[in-house]
Design a protein around this ligand. Structure first.
Ligand SMILES: Cc1ncc(COP(=O)(O)O)c(C=O)c1O
Length: 366
């Protein structure tokens, strides 16, 4: 069976580096906010093109703490796409604000800037574009909208480590960006982890305080509401050990996507992801009108696939009250999207077998 994703295969590939990273923490003397977290923060800030990086406990916390540090809270609304992982919207609820879901662009599968513009109202405090599947959202248009209405922008980069738009790293367009290091991410640890990056020193300082009980740097006095949301030393050491290999892994993902694309172009029922040189293909998500049939067909051929995401967040009970209006593109995509394996350790040797199985189904269903 070829799994849809297998983070343990990446761990096996880099076992030596990971063992050395863990050993360095065990042999050190600071297990919380020590030298591994500080070292990774410096390294990841540089990698992601931002001046500051603050390691936190998860991608969801990174979003929530960035929003809080930007002053988003009770009575505010945050505009975000309905087609994303639940954590994006949970982060909004966690900081006391309400998510305002809007539709996505059928081509990019990312937030539709026109829909975002229509959703702005006096309560809107922020926009949270999600670079879904590693593909860039239309940041220039969204930033123009944000400037026009004085809105904060937090980029959800949980799926876009290393991705670029017009040569500029994603996560450097907005006021802050949030990363997840969940094990299946392009850069993943062996547990939970996340980070906020920003060029705003004051914002970074507020996130540092929020992640650590509201303490100011070097003090143990709570200056504000705070949380225990620190990136773990062991995870930080592992992330620093894996980061040197991220660009090569993203290149492998692009190469696998190109192999899929060349095998799958001529089938009218198949909708392929947009071909964008800056994408890092966190997922290779195609569409087919009989998505469930395709998924079953692949499973019978020993190939795992996954649905990202169904239903849209506007249909999750936790978020019902924010579900005004129709979101036809999200509805259609949530019924037709299917993610093929794309993790290099999983798909690298099998892309032709996987695309051949898709072709058989697409030709049959034609
Ligand atoms: C787009 C998106 N946003 C937010 C998150 C939340 O990250 P975490 O699971 O680290 O809390 C994830 C992934 O899990 C995600 O894919």
């Amino acid at each position: 069976m070829i799994p849809q994703a297998a983070p343990q295969w990446r761990v096996a590939r880099f076992r030596g580096e990971i063992n050395a990273a863990v050993a360095s923490v065990l042999g050190g003397h600071g297990y919380i906010l020590g030298s591994a977290v500080a070292g990774f923060e410096t390294y990841f800030a540089t990698y992601s093109g931002s001046e500051h990086c603050v390691g936190v406990a998860s991608g969801t916390d990174a979003l929530a703490l960035a929003l809080r540090a930007l002053g988003v809270g009770l009575g505010d609304e945050v505009i975000l796409p309905a087609l994303t992982f639940a954590g994006s919207a949970q982060a909004v609820l966690q900081c006391g604000a309400q998510p305002r879901f809007v539709d996505v662009d059928p081509r990019t599968r990312c937030i539709d800037p026109a829909a975002a513009a229509d959703a702005v109202n006096p309560r809107t405090a922020a926009i949270m574009p999600v670079h879904l599947f590693g593909h860039p959202a239309d940041m220039p248009t969204l930033m123009a909208l944000a400037v026009r209405h004085r809105l904060a922008v937090v980029e959800d980069c949980a799926q876009s480590h290393g991705a670029t738009l017009d040569g500029r790293p994603l996560g450097t367009f907005g006021h802050a960006a949030a990363y997840s290091f969940y094990p299946t991410k392009n850069l993943g640890c062996v547990g939970d982890g996340g980070a906020v990056v920003t060029n705003d020193a004051g914002l970074a300082e507020r996130v540092r305080s929020l992640r650590n009980y509201g303490f100011a740097q070097g003090e143990r006095i709570s200056r504000t509401l705070g949380f225990n949301s620190r990136l773990d030393e062991i995870q930080a050491a592992i992330l620093a050990a894996l980061l040197p290999y991220l660009d090569a892994a993203n290149a492998e993902r692009r190469a696998i996507a190109a192999r899929y694309r060349s095998a799958l172009t001529d089938f009218p029922d198949l909708g392929l992801p947009p071909d964008h040189g800056g994408s890092v293909y966190h997922q290779f998500a195609l569409t087919h009108p009989d998505r469930d049939g395709l998924m079953n067909h692949l499973a019978l051929a020993g190939i795992g696939s996954a649905v990202h995401y169904a239903p849209g967040l506007h249909r999750h009970p936790a978020f019902y009250e924010n579900a005004d209006g129709r979101l036809p593109v999200t509805e259609a995509l949530s019924q037709t999207l299917l993610s093929l394996p794309i993790q290099p350790e999983v798909a690298g040797d099998h892309a032709e077998r996987i695309s051949a199985a898709v072709v058989t189904f697409a030709a049959m269903a034609r």
